[in-house]
Write a new protein. Sequence first.
Length: 413
Amino acid sequence: MAEAYIVDAIRTPRARGNKRGSLADVHPQELVATLLKELPKRHPKLDVKKVDDVILGCVTQIGDQAACIARYGVMAAHWPQEVPGYTVNRFCGSGLQAVNDAATYIQSGTFDLVVAGGVESMSRCKMGSDAGEVTEENMATAMSIGNPKIAEHYNLVPQGISADIIATKYNISREEADKFAESSQQKADAAIKDGRFKNSVIPVVKDDGTVVDKDEYPNPKWDFKYLSKMPAMFKGVGEKVFDAMALKTYPELGSITHIHGGGNASGVVDGSGIVLLASEKAIQQHGLKKRARIVSMAVSGEEPTIMLTGPLSASKKALDNAGLKVEDIDLWEINEAFAAVPLYVQKQLGIPMDRINVNGGAIALGHPLGGTGAILTGTALDELERRKARYALITLCIGGGMGIATIIERVEG
């Protein structure tokens, strides 16, 4: 099997995903185009006409993100018309799935040069808006996208409730969650001040000439004292609708303890990230430099009510596929969809806390759904190089009860 190498990984800044966010007036196609235009600037010998495919993850494929945003992103970048593109949706794992798809094509010998990543403009395409109008009366049915047969068979609940189920089942306290969230803010603040993201964050120039070049979501003032005063966001709807449904699957819990709120869950943001992958042949032909190789990939399925436990099973599969152990991994990027998710994985695998999300995560920086997997890949790669470390594992929980994981190894060449 051929090797799939990572040549580059870049991203836009992440801006608050509401109408006041600094990227709210930028079309998501243009977020992608900003990054595609940057690649040949960073790699002057790269002939973009030779790119075999552009693969992008996107979750809410409606409105400005409808049709095939990967192809439209290529068009917005004014890349040669010969370059195709396709869009994938594995919910929050979409950006990493795109990277894994690209790696698989290269490893099989089918393609030599692929751009993969993702995008989400959460200010313009609201999360869940592709499921139709959700009201209090139809909320439970809406979780199954209107399919009563699914609703009859599975006790589907919102992800926030699922995160609270994990916290209840695995004894993760509100205090632990808030301390983890405080740490995410502190680590992200330190990374920004130290310039650790500067090599990979590409400024977005808006039509009026305004330059957006910094992550907008982090708030280091959100310390433990402040976070602990935030309300549990899912307590009301849980007690009214979803707790009873969840307890049909997990009656042994007796009740659900609600611990997650706006401060210890991922931020709603706009953003995009891409990864350039190449075969050995393409490395030579285009004068590129290897930065890392894809070691192994895995996806997994989980019980759909608790839903968010997939990073554990996917990580185990990726480690087994690579013949590696937990202690072999120098850096873990475990997406901070909710604080309970990385805490659960950490406890189950015994991962040292100082190896997890060392530059902060989605709680501090935000989670642009379709783009996060690619962004985390770049974050891990940059930090491997900074530390001169060897292995990183990137993993995300996924709606519907899935997980995804990828292991990369730093190389020089």
